[in-house]
Design a protein around this ligand. Structure first.
Ligand SMILES: [Zn+2]
Length: 317
């Protein structure tokens, strides 16, 4: 029986069900709440997260992938606390986002890869929780020296462990292409890579290319209309599904239960649809209306995520 590591230990991949492939429980600026603890009410955040996860479960979502890295303030004890209060499986990531701390530029590729491998094989900190996916990112600045370090370290950790890579991109700058090139150069099988935030783009040529080279694309920022309006996001998925690409797309919001970037009030005011429930409540009906078949929705939400995690070998080095 194939299993996947979660915040509460291994779970059969058959139990994952509908899975959101790019979300966050909590994101924060590392070091800020530790130094100004009045900014941090852990119990209130746990209560808020418990509520949001229950809403998600009620809608039929059974798993989410928390792609929160060290530079997004990954807090494994908090993630475990939320998972314990939730019936939704939480898959945890290792890796680095596009704001790496100085550490990641002054230590070499292999030293950084070792950190990721440790999270995957031994567990994160003293928690015993194993990461099941590697996150890395290329934003508007492109492949800077430190980002190249992180991309190559992610590739080497992928090859050493078999777990998938999931990226953040600046889709308008087609940065997924540079990521694929570096991964391929490092010998990564591109089918083990999810090029994230591809749903921000309506450049079908770019998106087809990413998938034709083997990767899955993340249609994973539903509710962030500032990058691409909802109607266009839906239209792109409908077109690509009609062309036969449903096997290469996964769905998500890139939302969170709490972030130090934006209050709950400000979220509701400025990004009213940016929440865990938007896909279940609004997007799936819109996709059906646009001609996407139930079987294709099942593929993007259930079968693709399951296959991505099933391809991780059980035996590790
Ligand atoms: Zn994200």
């Amino acid at each position: 029986m194939a299993t996947v590591e979660t915040a509460l230990g291994p779970v059969a991949t058959t139990e994952l069900g509908p899975t959101l492939m790019h979300e966050h429980i909590v994101t924060r600026s590392p070091g800020v709440q530790e130094n100004w603890p009045h900014l941090w009410d852990r119990n209130a955040i746990l209560a808020l997260a418990e509520q949001k996860m229950a809403d998600l479960y009620r809608r039929g979502i059974r798993a989410l992938v928390d792609l929160t890295t060290v530079d997004l303030g990954r807090d494994i004890d908090l993630i475990v606390g939320v998972a314990r209060r939730s019936r939704v499986h939480v898959i945890v990531a290792t890796g680095v986002w596009w704001r790496p701390q100085r550490y990641f530029s002054v230590h070499g590729v292999d030293a950084v890869a070792e950190l990721f491998i440790r999270d995957i094989t031994l567990g994160i900190g003293a928690s015993g929780v194993k990461a099941a996916i590697i996150k890395c990112a290329t934003d508007t600045a492109g492949v800077t020296p430190v980002i190249e370090n992180v991309l190559r370290a992610s590739a080497r950790a992928q090859k050493a462990t078999g777990v998938p890579i999931s990226t953040h991109t600046w889709a308008a700058g087609r940065t997924g292409e540079a990521q694929q090139a570096i991964f391929a150069q490092e010998g990564v099988d591109l089918s083990r890579v999810i090029i994230g935030h591809s749903g921000d783009s309506e450049d079908l040529g770019y998106l087809r290319g990413l998938m034709e080279r083997g990767s899955t694309i993340g249609m994973d920022r539903f509710g962030l209309d500032n990058y691409l309006p909802t109607a266009k996001r839906v239209d792109v998925i409908a077109r690509l599904s009609a062309e036969g690409y449903a096997g290469k797309m996964v769905l998500s919001h890139d939302a969170n239960c709490w972030t130090d970037m934006l209050s709950e009030d400000a979220k509701r005011r400025t990004r009213p649809q940016w929440n865990y429930n938007h896909i279940s409540d609004d997007i799936l009906p819109a996709l059906r209306k646009a001609g996407v078949k139930d079987d294709q929705i099942d593929q993007m939400l259930v079968r693709n995520p399951r296959a991505i995690f099933e391809a991780t070998p059980t035996r590790r080095r």
